[in-house]
Design a protein around this ligand. Structure first.
Ligand SMILES: [Zn+2]
Length: 243
């Protein structure tokens, strides 16, 4: 069974019920993590996945709330006594990701974050499409923070996750007619979510990256009267969608 699980629906804020931004894709037998902010590794475990089962992490951009759990992720792989890593780690991101990972290895000392028995392989993605094994993914630049959204097709349906995005034409185009959209709703106003819903007609929109609580019912009513035909949900950590 393939699934999408929201591991973190929060932000840089420290909150009891929301970890920082992260979405776990489970496609066939491959796990792909999109963003890896604080507290997300704990959520990974709560979702039933051990750190060493995860080999692919995609970073949308380099804000700390999207990448900071990379440090414990690398450390636990190298030093866990329970389930140390035996397989390579692939980290994907925009230009500059190599420098970030090299920097971490330098700051902490390579021996503290890696073992010689596996490799950390960094992939700088400079094209709008890339592959992880057999899976084709779109990696689309969405302003303002050098951010990139991730989009893919699975069993004929389209899925899109925005990372950190404001409301703009690129975002509407990115979400147009997708079946499930997980959006950064925290950086935009309710009125912009309504416009995004009505102009993109994404079938289900899940509000995530929440800097504030959102009233889904009210947004749904406003969006419907603006011509939106789909459904708006408010994300919660560990919410799962079967693909
Ligand atoms: Zn963010």
């Amino acid at each position: 069974m393939s699934t999408i699980t929201l591991l973190g629906t929060g932000t840089c804020q420290i909150e009891a019920n929301r970890r920082a931004s992260s979405v776990l894709l489970h496609l066939d037998n491959t796990y792909i993590l999109f963003d890896c902010g604080h507290g997300v590794l704990q959520r990974l475990l709560e979702a039933g996945v051990q750190h060493h089962q995860l080999q692919h992490i995609v970073l949308s951009h380099f804000h700390a709330d999207h990448i900071s759990d990379i440090i414990p992720f690398l450390q636990v792989g190298a030093w866990s006594r329970r389930n140390p890593r035996t397989t390579d780690i692939h980290i994907y991101g925009p230009a500059g990701v190599q420098k970030i990972i090299d920097g971490l290895l330098q700051v902490f000392g390579p021996g503290s974050l890696q073992q010689p028995s596996y490799e950390i392989i960094v992939h700088e993605i400079t094209q709008p499409h890339f592959k992880i094994g057999p899976y084709s993914l779109d990696f689309i630049s969405l302003p303002p923070a050098d951010n990139h959204g991730l989009r893919f097709t699975w069993n004929g349906k389209r899925y899109a996750i925005t990372g950190d995005s404001y409301f703009h034409d690129e975002e509407i185009a990115f979400l147009r007619d997708v079946d499930l959209a997980i959006i950064d709703a925290g950086h935009i106003e309710d009125s912009e979510i309504v416009q995004l819903a009505a102009s993109s007609q994404a079938k289900t929109i899940v509000c995530s990256h929440l800097y504030r609580e959102i009233d889904a019912q009210q947004l749904q009513a406003q969006s419907t009267s603006a011509g939106y035909q789909g459904t708006i949900l408010v994300g919660k950590d560990l919410m799962t969608f079967v693909l």
